[in-house]
Design a protein around this ligand. Structure first.
Ligand code: CLR
Length: 457
């Protein structure tokens, strides 16, 4: 990322301590009594956590924020849309292989991050149901939204529905875009190795021009052929296909004109024997083999390793679609809009964190005493810091203490009838772009006047 306006921090390459292996814990033993329940209401052992709050996790959407700057630079709305779509996909890349549960933010907890030329502030605006609001801005864009994850446990898997919409604004073009993130599923809770899938439709709308990017995140499917695949079209207001976008949310997004895609498909039809047999078949010749990712073991209980040549039959309990059999479409005249940075080589020991995630608990130089950091910032949460240091007992004690403190505060508010708590930095209002209820930034966070802030830790 280009050197921006905000102070550079000292980059971490590891956490203070490696993660404690989950080898001994059976997730199934912990969760078997919770089938059908909303996991946000269940206290889970800190052993299953990663040392980040969900607010910090949301900031990981920003890792490839450069794509929004790139979008804002485009003269034509279809081109802006393709970069916004690439951004929307890139924002989900850090979820790959991330199997730790982020800490539930406390009510009123905040998190800030300044990187490159943007800054973002998040606040936990509701506890039950959990709702996190964020607002990022740079000179070229605004990006804000509300996420209220519904996490359901279905026995074999955990399903996450990240309710809420996110909005991008380009003041220069008087444009706004919005979309809802796709669902996510964590497989193999009972047996096998955990793995993550994101699937469903994502429709990104440009409210000013009517352009739409409609993307499908494919579920792995039989033979894991579609593992992590994403594809779809950028269309104008009259629903004419302009661009075809394709790739994997774990790796890259490429783009070609809609004509090139049609041409590519036609070429295939002429040579029947080049087909892979799928209904809208793709010529084998056009496939190129990618280096398939090795799935790193995050916990034990793996029943077997699957040979990398044969597709693991997904119906078989506990398998992990290891062989991605990573063929990629190589459509002529494509450009790569986004490619994912590789994970640090030591990420196995550090919760599969990306380089970006490794920085999230670090104090930037301007945050050190005299403290300019807001006292409600996640970086100051003792339970998260203990976990980061590998102190499970400390983390678990502090987590319990904080949760009790939060309950106590809520009771007190109720009994004094002052139960009109409202978030400090966001207000509930109608999002003018989506016309739906949303939490919008009320401003003022960066003035750094944090007196009268509740002590939540
Ligand atoms: C039983 C244990 C192992 C459960 C672990 C559950 C973990 C993997 C779950 C719990 C909360 C989940 C997150 C909740 C909400 C979102 C926002 C969405 O836009 C992308 C996925 C993302 C970021 C989810 C990723 C998976 C997640 C981190």
């Amino acid at each position: 990322m280009a050197e921006g306006d905000y102070a550079k921090h000292v980059e971490r390459t590891e956490l203070p301590a490696p993660m404690i292996s989950r080898k001994e814990v059976s997730i199934w033993a912990i969760l078997k009594n919770c089938i059908g329940k909303d996991l946000s209401k269940i206290t889970m052992p800190v052993m299953l956590n990663e040392p980040l709050s969900f607010l910090q996790r949301l900031c990981e959407y920003m890792e490839y924020a450069q794509l929004l700057t790139e979008a804002a630079r485009q003269e034509c709305p279809a081109d802006r849309m393709k970069y916004v779509a690439a951004f929307a996909v890139s924002a989900l890349a850090s979820n790959w292989e991330r199997l730790g549960k982020p800490f539930n933010p406390l009510l009123g907890e905040t998190y800030e991050l300044q990187r490159g030329d943007y800054r973002i502030v998040c606040e936990q605006v509701s506890h039950h149901p959990p709702v996190s609001a964020f607002h990022a801005e740079s000179k070229d864009f605004k990006f804000h939204g509300t996420i209220s994850p519904k996490i359901k446990f279905w026995g074999k898997s955990v399903e996450v529905n990240p309710k809420g919409t996110v909005t991008v604004e380009f003041p220069k073009w008087n444009e706004s875009y919005s979309w809802t993130n796709v669902n996510c599923c964590v497989h193999n809770i009972i047996v096998g190795r955990l793995w993550i899938e994101q699937y469903g439709k994502m429709e990104i709308t440009n409210h000013a021009t009517g352009h739409v990017a409609s993307l499908t995140f494919k579920s792995a499917g039989s033979g894991a052929k579609n593992l992590h695949r994403v594809e779809g079209f950028v269309k104008d207001a009259s629903e004419t296909n302009l661009y075809f976008l394709y790739g994997k949310w774990t790796e890259f997004i490429k783009c070609c004109s809609a004509e090139s895609y049609v041409q590519f498909l036609k070429q295939g039809t002429r040579k029947n024997d080049d087909y892979d047999g799928s209904p809208n078949g793709t010529p084998k010749k056009m496939f190129s083999k990618l280096n398939s990712f090795k799935l790193n073991s995050f916990r034990s209980l793996s029943i077997q390793d699957v040979s990398s040549d044969s597709y693991p039959p997904m119906e078989q309990e506990g398998d992990i679609p290891k062989s991605d059999s990573a063929y990629s479409l190589d459509i002529p005249d494509s450009t790569t809009l986004w490619s994912c940075k590789p994970r640090p080589s030591n990420c196995n020991e550090y919760y599969q964190f990306t380089h970006f995630a490794l920085q999230l608990n670090a104090m930037d130089s301007n945050m050190k005493p005299p403290l300019t950091l807001c006292p409600t910032d996640s970086r100051l949460r003792p339970d998260i810091l203990h976990l980061e240091e590998g102190n499970l007992d400390g983390a678990s004690k502090e987590k319990t203490r904080l949760e009790e403190k939060q309950r106590h505060t809520r009771k007190q508010r109720k009994s004094t009838n002052s139960d009109d708590w409202s978030p400090r930095w966001f207000k509930y209002a109608t999002n003018p772009h989506t016309k739906t209820d949303d939490w919008l930034y009320s401003g003022g966070y960066w003035d750094r006047k944090y007196d009268n802030t509740d002590t939540i830790f």
